[in-house]
Write a protein that binds this ligand. Structure first.
Ligand SMILES: [Cu+2]
Length: 286
């Protein structure tokens, strides 16, 4: 699939997601995409952070390529349900679809489940999954400006909260000291919808919507020198940092420090590591 088609698809899926959310609470109006079934290919070990896995989609038992497949990992925490960032779903043309999803937190099969939509309609298949790993496998930041007050649950539009931003490792390439770290940064639009954080991403807030004007992500090297990450062209939400003898990478498993500055509309803000404000340097395992 060509890159731009891929990106168009992600935006199409985002629209479908927002429609589907309203439908899911009104069972009488839900049309199922009958006949479709989804299953996991193999038994992937899913972790907090980046996951790449394959879904086999069938229609009445036959491979079902060529549809818009939306994959939604959902976590149930008490009375609250939330999703997680899904970067892409790639159709291989033979009924197999590769999913890149970033899991926010660990959980057992009672808490995490994969749900699916085909061409915007839910299907009956859902797959309980187990996610291992640690909260420190990602870094979380929060906004506090009025522009960053968002509506977590579309069914409760009067309830607002401070918007979270999530940073994940995507890839580490090259040999020490010339290593390139690729990060994926996602921002929550509501509990179920997460978007890549990039210039011109439009977010829903308590006043309507607001557009990301700029993103500055600093990654601290082993000497605590901040290096500003570079957005990856054509891959919204992805940023790279180049370590070198001058800017050495931390050792694997040692915390990586970062800070995140985002302009929403015209309001620039350095994001904090808790909703109470204060600390601005986030931490995750390298
Ligand atoms: Cu959770």
């Amino acid at each position: 699939m060509k890159k731009y088609e891929h990106i168009k698809k992600i935006f199409a899926m985002a629209l479908i997601t927002s429609v589907a959310q309203f439908c899911s609470n009104a069972p009488a109006s839900v049309q199922n995409s009958a006949g479709y079934t989804a299953e996991l290919s193999g038994t992937p070990s899913l972790i907090v952070g980046k996951n790449v896995f394959n879904i086999i989609l069938k229609n009445n038992g036959n491979p079902a390529p060529g549809v818009i497949l939306e994959v939604s990992p959902e976590m149930t925490m008490g009375s609250m349900v939330h999703g997680t960032p899904v970067d892409s779903v790639t159709d291989h043309g033979n009924g197999s679809y590769t999913v890149i999803a970033y899991m926010l937190m660990p959980g057992d099969m009672d808490s995490w489940t994969l749900h699916f939509h085909v061409n915007g309609q839910p299907i009956d298949s859902h797959i309980p999954i187990t996610v291992t790993g640690f909260m420190m496998d990602q870094a979380t930041f929060y906004g506090s400006s009025t522009n960053d007050l968002y509506v977590p649950d579309a069914m409760m539009p009067k309830t607002t909260a401070q918007r979270p931003y999530f940073v994940f490792k995507s890839a580490i390439t090259g040999v020490v000291p010339d290593q390139i770290l690729e990060l994926y940064v996602s921002v929550r639009d509501n509990y179920m919808t997460h978007l890549p954080l990039a210039t011109e991403t439009t977010l829903t807030n308590s006043m309507g919507s607001v557009t990301v004007g700029s993103v500055l992500l600093n990654v601290h090297d082993a000497n605590s020198t901040p290096i500003s990450a570079t957005p990856v062209t054509g891959k919204p939400g992805y940023y790279t940092v180049t370590f070198s003898a001058v800017n050495p990478a931390p050792a694997i498993g040692v915390p990586l420090n970062l800070d995140l500055n985002v302009t929403l509309g015209t309001v620039a803000e350095q994001k904090a590591t808790s909703t109470a404000g204060g600390a601005t340097t986030g931490m995750m395992y390298y």
